[in-house]
Design a protein around this ligand. Structure first.
Ligand SMILES: NC(=O)c1ccc[n+]([C@@H]2O[C@H](COP(=O)([O-])OP(=O)(O)OC[C@H]3O[C@@H](n4cnc5c(N)ncnc54)[C@H](O)[C@@H]3O)[C@@H](O)[C@H]2O)c1
Length: 358
C-alpha cells in the first residue's frame, strides 16, 4: 500500500485550499494545522474537521508533531524561517509563493535544502495551468522558432489587503513592492522556455493611490529582463491601480511565430497563435486553465485544476524519488529577478546582474 504522508499545513487561506485537496488524497493524511491567530485556527479546524490535538498556535510544536510534509501558506516574510525549521525537523516542504522577500533568505532556503536533503517545491500554481503545458510543447517542437522576447503581466488591484485608510492599519503586503510578486508571471514564461534570467532592470516608484513610504504603496512597476539564452522579457505588475477584475497575460514571440493570451487575460476568452508557413493569419486559440483529463473534484484548490496538478507533481516526485517541477533552484530563478528588479528601480533603473542558486 502507498505510504500515508503525514502533512501539516501552516497559514489558513491558502492552507485551506490545499487542505481540501489533500483530505481527498488517499496517499495523504492532514495530520496537523497551524495558524498564529486563534480565530483563523478555529476556521482551519472546522473546515477540515480536525480534532483539537491536531491544531497548533505554536509553529515549533506543530513542526515537532511528527510530520513528513509541511505546506507553508503564511505571508512571504515568514517563509524562510518556517521552511528551514521544517526541513531541520526532517520534513519536505511545499511553500507558497514567492520563495522569500530577500535574496539572503532565498539563499538560506537553498542552503537548507542541500544540507538536509529534504525536498523543496515552490507552489507556483500558474505553471500548472493547462495552457502552459500546451505552449511548452509548442516551444519544444520548435513551432515558434527561437523565442526572442516574452511579455507577462499580473495586474490585480487588492488595496484592502495592503492598507486600510479608515483605520490606518498596514497589512504585510505594505512591505511587498509590486515587482517582488513576480513568480506568477515569470514562472510560466521560464518554465515554457526552460531558461533563467541573468540581468534585470526595473522602474516605478510613484505612490498616487496611497501616499505612504513603504514599497507596497508603489502604484505600478515594470521590469525588463535578459535571459541566459538571450531572450528579453517585459513584466508589468500592480497590486493597486484600479481595473475591475485582476488579470494574468502572457505572450511569446519567436523567429517563426507568436502565441498570446487574450487582452483580458487568462480565463477570459480566446488567445492568438501564428506559425509562419502553417497559419493563414493569426488563429484564435483556446487558452485553457483546466486540464480536461482531471476530475471535477480537482478544482477544489482555488485556481481551477492548477493546485491539484501541482500536488500531483509534488507527491508523485516524493513517491518516485524523481524531481519536482519547481525545486529550490527554479524557485530561486522565478523569485530573485523581481527582488533585483525592484532594487534596480530604487537606483533609477540601472541594469543589475541576477545570481543563480548554484
Ligand atoms: N498562489 C496563489 O495563487 C496565492 C494567492 C494568494 C496568496 N498567496 C500566497 O499565500 C501566502 C499567504 O497569503 P495570504 O493572503 O493568505 O496571507 P494572510 O495575511 O491572509 O495570512 C494567512 C494566514 O497566515 C497566518 N499567519 C501569519 N503569520 C503567521 C506565522 N508567522 N505563523 C503562523 N501563521 C501565520 C495568518 O493568521 C493568516 O491566517 C503568501 O505567501 C501569498 O503570497 C498565493
Amino acid at each position: 500500500m502507498a505510504k500515508q504522508w503525514r502533512v501539516g499545513l501552516v497559514g489558513v487561506g491558502r492552507g485551506s485550499g490545499y487542505g481540501r485537496l489533500l483530505a481527498e488524497d488517499s496517499r495523504c493524511d492532514v495530520a496537523a494545522v497551524c495558524d498564529q491567530s486563534p480565530d483563523a485556527l478555529a476556521r482551519f479546524q472546522e473546515g477540515l474537521a480536525l480534532p483539537d490535538d491536531r491544531c497548533f498556535l505554536d509553529y515549533d510544536e506543530f513542526v515537532a508533531s511528527g510530520l513528513d510534509i509541511v505546506f507553508v501558506g503564511t505571508p512571504i516574510p515568514a517563509h524562510a524561517d518556517q521552511t528551514i525549521a521544517a526541513m531541520d525537523a526532517g520534513c519536505h516542504v511545499l511553500s507558497e509563493v514567492t520563495m522569500s522577500n530577500t535574496l539572503e533568505d532565498c539563499r538560506r532556503i537553498v542552503e537548507a535544502v542541500r544540507r538536509t536533503g529534504q525536498v523543496y517545491m515552490l507552489a507556483e500554481n500558474c505553471i500548472f495551468w493547462h495552457f502552459v503545458d500546451q505552449w511548452k510543447d509548442l516551444v519544444e517542437a520548435g513551432k515558434l522558432g527561437t523565442i526572442v522576447h516574452a511579455e507577462c503581466e499580473y495586474l490585480h488591484p487588492i488595496p484592502s489587503l495592503i492598507y486600510d485608510p479608515e483605520t490606518g492599519e498596514k497589512k504585510w503586503r505594505i512591505n511587498r513592492p509590486p515587482l517582488h510578486y513576480c513568480s506568477h508571471s515569470l514562472g510560466p514564461i521560464l518554465d515554457m522556455t526552460e531558461d533563467r534570467i541573468v540581468r534585470a532592470c526595473g522602474m516605478g516608484t510613484s505612490r498616487k493611490i496611497f501616499d505612504l513610504p513603504e514599497p507596497g504603496a508603489i502604484d505600478m512597476q515594470v521590469a525588463l529582463f535578459e535571459t541566459q539564452k538571450g531572450m528579453t522579457i517585459k513584466l508589468l505588475r500592480t497590486s493597486l491601480l484600479p481595473r475591475g477584475k485582476g488579470i494574468h497575460r502572457y505572450c511569446l514571440h519567436g523567429t517563426n511565430g507568436f502565441v498570446e493570451t487574450s487582452q483580458d487575460g487568462v480565463g477570459t476568452g480566446l488567445g492568438r497563435l501564428y506559425v509562419h508557413g502553417e497559419s493563414e493569419g493569426n488563429q484564435e486559440i483556446d487558452v485553457p486553465m483546466n486540464d480536461p483529463t482531471l476530475p471535477e473534484s480537482a478544482r477544489a484548490g482555488g485556481h481551477g485544476t492548477a493546485e491539484y496538478a501541482l500536488l500531483k507533481n509534488f507527491i508523485g516526485a516524493l513517491e518516485s524519488g524523481g524531481r519536482v517541477r519547481i525545486d529550490e533552484s527554479r524557485g530561486f530563478d522565478i523569485t530573485v529577478p523581481g527582488i533585483i528588479a525592484h532594487e534596480s528601480a530604487l537606483c533609477g533603473g540601472e541594469w543589475m546582474d541576477v545570481p543563480s542558486a548554484d
